[in-house]
Design a protein around this ligand. Structure first.
Ligand SMILES: Cc1ncc(COP(=O)(O)O)c(C=O)c1O
Length: 397
């Protein structure tokens, strides 16, 4: 007999979300997630993917995935500690460590899982975590799971971080204290102030944890934000995802060997969930080889980023202070932002609106993610649509 309690719960809450305009209708792509996508039979210029380097559809990646799938099969067959560790997983971890300039690395099923895994494997109820208020949801959930005291730090406010680090240290209440930050903040595209964060961490004896989901493959010649600032030997945990610039799926933690040894025996998503597929692992290895041997894709990405940003600014849009490919067009009013995104879509540009509660009230934006796979023509076309819709909705004069 189905539960009436569940039925009532879902009915009430789904209706409530729909009434508040917070129910997200998800689009289905009828094509690969490339620079142009097909939705409901219509082709759209895609400015919403995290496939920064276009690797998700790169032939070299597809070949690597197919070859490994033929050799190892489609699935790893078991949790890694039982008998699901394949040679291709070890090869991937060795490559990741080399790429990140660390002693070792461990791969997980997703970037989200890394934060579920690593934080709670090291931190517990006797510890404290200083966490930037704009950190990703998976960091927030990972912190909660650990049961450590979570101390929210104002976004990228180094005075606040210093004061709270000092207070936590001097309180004597905590065994261990960690500072956690995104490397690149995904809604505004700003980069964490890592040199100052590391200095404060060293002064107050904090562990440092950087989730570089949006920095890896993009900054630091591809190796990420930590490398960009030359801090590879001063950050304890470097987290990355394999699903954005790398173009596949999975995540990893890179760091000292004894940390990785500890995570292999203590982190629950590693111990109790099957690993990424052999085909995915092989494609990730191929991606790292591509990034390590040539700057072609990163150069193309940054050319496209500059073209799109310059174009949007010239037309007259407020694009915030992003230092990375993440390019918000800030509209402000939530309803107008949603209308703007809808009109872009009708004119052939797929760029999603992001509004409260994902970003603060009154800062609604359409977020654009240019990639190495876009052509100049595609971006020019997108810019002319932006100008047309901006004028039509009274956002531009
Ligand atoms: C900072 C950060 N961490 C983790 C994730 C999750 O990564 P994945 O999609 O690999 O689970 C994201 C994705 O948006 C992210 O921005």
């Amino acid at each position: 007999m189905p539960s009436h309690v569940l039925e009532n719960f879902l009915k009430e809450n789904l209706a409530d979300l729909k009434n508040k305009g917070l129910y997200n209708e998800i689009d289905t792509l009828e094509s690969a997630n490339g620079p142009v996508i097909k939705i409901n039979g219509r082709e759209l210029i895609n400015l919403s993917s995290n496939n920064y380097l276009g690797l998700a559809t790169d032939d070299r990646m597809i070949d690597a995935c197919v070859d490994a799938t033929k050799k190892y099969g489609v699935g790893a067959g078991a949790v890694r500690t039982i008998n699901g560790t394949l040679a291709v997983h070890i090869e991937l971890e060795e490559k990741l460590a080399e790429f990140k300039h660390t002693e070792a690395a461990i791969a997980y099923q997703s970037g989200f899982n890394c934060n579920m895994a690593a934080i709670s494997a090291v931190m517990d109820k006797n510890d404290a975590i200083l966490s930037d208020e704009l950190n990703h949801a998976s960091i927030i959930d990972g912190c909660r799971l650990s049961k450590a005291k979570i101390i929210r730090v104002n976004h990228s406010d180094m005075d606040d971080l210093r004061a709270k680090a000092k207070e936590a240290k001097e309180s004597g209440l905590y065994n261990k204290i960690m500072v956690i930050t995104d490397g690149v903040f995904s809604m505004d595209g700003d980069v964490a102030k890592l040199p100052e964060i590391v200095e404060i961490a060293e002064e107050f004896d904090l562990m440092t944890y950087v989730d570089d989901a949006h920095g890896s493959g993009v900054l630091g010649k591809g190796a990420g934000t930590v490398k960009h600032f030359g801090l590879s030997d001063r950050v304890d945990f470097q987290i990355g995802t394999l699903s954005k610039a790398i173009g596949v799926v999975g995540g990893y933690v890179a760091g000292r060997k004894d940390l990785i040894d500890w995570l292999k025996v203590q982190s629950r998503p590693f111990l109790f969930s099957t690993s990424i597929t052999p085909g995915s692992a092989a494609a990730c290895i191929e991606a790292i080889d591509i990034l390590s041997n040539s700057m072609e894709l990163q150069d193309k990405l940054w050319d496209n980023v500059h073209n799109l940003k310059d174009g949007l600014k010239k037309i007259g849009f407020d694009i915030g202070n992003s230092e990375t490919p993440i390019t918000p067009v800030i509209i402000g009013d939530e309803k107008k932002t949603q209308e703007f995104s809808k009109r872009l879509n009708e004119e052939g540009v797929y760029a999603k609106s992001i509004v409260f509660p994902t970003v603060p009230r009154g800062t609604g934006r359409v977020r654009n993610m240019p990639s190495a796979a876009h052509t100049k023509e595609m971006l020019d076309q997108a810019l002319s649509v932006y100008e047309k819709v901006g004028k039509e909705l009274g956002i531009l004069n």
